[in-house]
Design a protein around this ligand. Structure first.
Ligand code: ADP
Length: 407
């Protein structure tokens, strides 16, 4: 079975085509700056021998042209990996917000589309782009099943005490204001990998997954189910991120409005785009920030202290909530690549049973790996995330269930 995974943003499309028999990637790529004169598509084709890598800087007007280009690359008579689009059995779409309706992936029907549209107010930047991606994919892959895999779904197992805010009841009942959590495919993927490595019944496990990329979030996963997560109604909450604040005193926006006269759009821009690492150091890229810090830049030193402090707080909070801790898992760009940050986060945590082995931690390698000492009571793991593969796996599961139901 071949599954194409599509992750559509307002000006980007990421794609990855999988052969599900051996879970291998046949081709993957990204289109950036859709609708801009400087748009480009970079892609990789994994054929026997050397993979082909290419980047075309060509104008791509919109999502329809973008997907057309992807189809051309996949079906190229010389270098393509499929003869025609009918070889693709399913298209798995990343859909950011599934609200309270979806706790798992769904075959896309008119009803599902209507619901995803209804949820636009909860994800005004993301769900419209995801809808566009689905509509365009239906045109280009008319024979394929279309499946929606929701970023929020993994966190739907949270109990009310975790997802409710102490706001008036009607704001939850009428407006569905509550914590949803995001990065679900990543937390789901790495927690399943972690559970496989733990040699104990899933029901008895307690792990914390730490996704540190441009966006950062953590999840407390007890008995294989998410019981709490750091992002909330939107991906702005929780940890300090590349450009987002994470949790701040809720009165700060009032202050920005009343004292500085800023409007909602300006406040939104500050909190979402100009804060986090960028707000403190001028750069949202962790590599730059770590370099500045190494050169003694005071703002970078402070930014990393703040960044690490917040992660430590959530580790402590989640350990306390779960009443147990088997392992913590680092993933995504920063979590997988920065041994220095992992070391700072795990520093002075032996009271919780967390002891990092500095030499294992500093050794770079691909794949899942433990980086704790032999005596550490809590495992510390680096598990590379693979959100696209998780979307493909969940899409395949949905299709198989449908086939079984029809049989
Ligand atoms: P996204 O959330 O956009 O998918 P990624 O998961 O790719 O982002 O993470 C991007 C972040 O990872 C950037 O801040 C980047 O600086 C950081 N990163 C990548 N490699 C390293 C490294 N070797 N050391 C520190 N940070 C790194």
């Amino acid at each position: 079975m071949k599954i194409l995974v599509i992750n559509t943003g307002s000006s980007s499309i990421k794609f990855e085509l999988f052969e599900m028999n051996n879970k291998s990637c046949l081709s993957k790529g990204t289109i950036e700056r859709l609708g801009d004169a400087a748009s480009s598509i970079s892609y990789k084709i994994n054929k026997t021998g050397e993979p082909i890598k290419n980047k075309l800087e060509i104008p791509i007007a919109d999502h329809t042209e973008g997907l057309k280009k992807i189809v051309e690359i996949l079906t190229d008579p010389e270098n393509g990996v499929i003869k025609d689009t009918s070889e693709v059995d399913a298209v798995g779409h990343r859909v950011v917000h599934g609200g309270e309706t979806y706790s798992g992936a769904r075959l896309i029907t008119d009803d599902v589309m209507a619901k995803v549209k209804e949820l636009i107010p909860l994800a005004p930047l993301h769900n419209p782009a995801n809808i566009q991606g689905i509509e365009v994919a239906e045109q280009f892959f008319p024979e394929a099943a279309q499946v929606a895999v929701f970023d929020t779904a993994f966190h739907q197992t949270m109990p009310a005490k975790s997802y409710r805010y102490p706001l008036p009841n009607e704001l939850y009942e009428k407006e569905k204001i509550r914590a949803y959590g995001f990065h679900g495919s990543s937390h789901s993927y790495v927690s399943k990998q972690m559970l496989e490595a733990l040699e104990k019944p899933v029901a008895e496990t307690a792990i914390i997954t730490i996704h540190l990329g441009n966006g950062c979030s953590m999840a407390a996963v007890k008995g294989g189910k998410c019981i709490d997560t750091s992002m909330g109604l939107s991906p702005l909450g929780g940890l300090m991120m590349g450009t987002r604040t994470g949790d701040i005193d809720p009165s700060i926006p009032f202050f920005l409005a009343s004292k500085m006269g800023l409007d909602l759009q300006e406040i939104d821009k500050i909190l979402n785009k100009q804060s986090g690492l960028k707000g403190i150091t001028g750069s949202n890229d962790m590599r730059d920030v770590m370099e500045l810090r190494a050169n003694g830049d005071e703002n970078a030193i402070l930014a990393i202290d703040m960044y690490v402090q917040r992660i430590k707080k959530f580790i402590g909070a989640y350990a306390a909530e779960m009443g147990a801790l088997d392992s913590i898992v680092f993933t995504a760009g920063i979590g997988e690549n920065s041994d220095e940050l992992r070391s700072l986060i795990c520093d002075n945590m032996s009271f919780l049973g967390i002891e990092l082995d500095e030499s294992k931690n500093a050794t770079r390698s691909d794949g899942n790996r433990p980086v704790h000492t032999e005596n550490s009571k809590v495992g510390v793991w680096v598990i590379p995330t693979n959100e696209e593969l998780e979307i493909a796996i969940q899409s395949e599961k949905v299709i198989k269930q449908e086939v079984a139901q029809d049989a």
